[in-house]
Design a protein around this ligand. Structure first.
Ligand code: TYD
Length: 209
C-alpha cells in the first residue's frame, strides 16, 4: 500500500459541499480506497478548539490579521495530527475546506491579499498542499439562498458577512484556480447532486486507482 492522496473541497456558502464529500467518499470506497473525511477549521482536537474561537462570538472579536493567523495555526495542527498520518497509512483524505478558503476569504475578501496569506501557509505548514482541490461553483445568489435555508439566517461569524464579502470570496477562488490549474479545478455545482458528484470524479480522473 503506497502513499494516500489528499483532496480538498472548496466553495462559498451553500454550494453543497457536505453532501458531495459524503458522495465522493462512497464512490472512492467503491473503488477500494480507504477514505478519511475531515474539515476546516478543525479536524484535530487542537484545531477544533480554535474553530470555536473563529466561528463564535462578535464579528469584531478578531481583526483580519489575527483571524488569518488563527486559521493558519489550526491548519498546522490539522495537517500534523490528522492529514499526514492518514496519507502515510495509505488513506485518501477528503477535507471540507483547506488553505484555499483562507486565500479566498481572508486573502481576497478580507483584504490581506492572496500572496500574504499564502506566505502564512508557507510559514505555518511548509506550503503543504492538496494533490487536488475541487472548487464547487454556484451562482452567488443561489448559493446564498441555499445557505440561508440551511442555517436559518447567515450562520456563523464569517458566513453572516455581507453579500459583497461573499462575492469577493468567489472571485478569490477563481483567481487561485486560474493561477494553479494543475492543482485547483472549478466544478459546476448546479443541477442534481449525482451529476455534481460525477463532475467531481471526472476532475479527479487522473488520480483515481
Ligand atoms: P462551516 O460551518 O464549516 O461552513 P461551510 O458549511 O460553509 O463550510 O464554517 C466555516 C466558515 O469559515 C465558512 O464561513 C468559511 C470560513 N473559513 C474561512 O474564512 N477561512 C478558512 O481558511 C476556512 C477553512 C474557513
Amino acid at each position: 500500500m503506497g502513499r494516500g492522496r489528499f483532496i480538498s473541497l472548496e466553495g462559498g456558502e451553500g454550494v453543497g459541499k457536505s453532501t458531495q464529500i459524503a458522495a465522493l467518499a462512497e464512490a472512492l470506497e467503491g473503488r477500494g480506497v480507504r477514505v478519511v473525511i475531515t474539515r476546516e477549521p478543525g479536524g484535530s482536537p487542537g484545531a477544533e478548539a480554535v474553530r470555536r474561537l473563529l466561528l463564535e462570538g462578535e464579528e469584531t472579536r478578531w481583526n483580519s490579521r489575527a483571524e488569518a493567523l488563527l486559521f493558519a495555526a489550526a491548519r498546522a495542527d490539522h495537517i500534523e495530527k490528522t492529514i499526514q498520518p492518514a496519507i502515510e497509512r495509505g488513506e485518501w483524505v477528503l477535507s471540507d475546506r483547506f488553505v484555499d478558503s483562507s486565500l479566498a476569504y481572508q486573502g481576497e475578501a478580507g483584504g490581506l491579499g492572496i500572496e500574504a496569506v499564502r506566505d502564512l501557509h508557507r510559514f505555518g505548514s511548509l506550503d503543504f498542499l492538496p494533490d487536488r482541490t475541487l472548487v464547487l461553483t454556484l451562482d452567488e445568489a443561489e448559493g446564498a439562498a441555499r445557505a440561508r435555508v440551511r442555517d436559518g439566517h447567515g450562520g456563523d461569524r464569517i458566513g453572516s458577512r455581507p453579500p459583497s464579502y461573499h462575492a469577493a470570496v468567489d472571485a478569490g477562488f477563481r483567481t487561485v484556480a486560474a493561477s494553479e490549474p494543475d492543482r485547483v479545478r472549478l466544478v459546476d455545482a448546479s443541477g442534481p447532486a449525482a451529476t455534481v458528484t460525477a463532475r467531481l470524479l471526472y476532475a479527479l480522473g487522473d488520480l483515481l486507482p
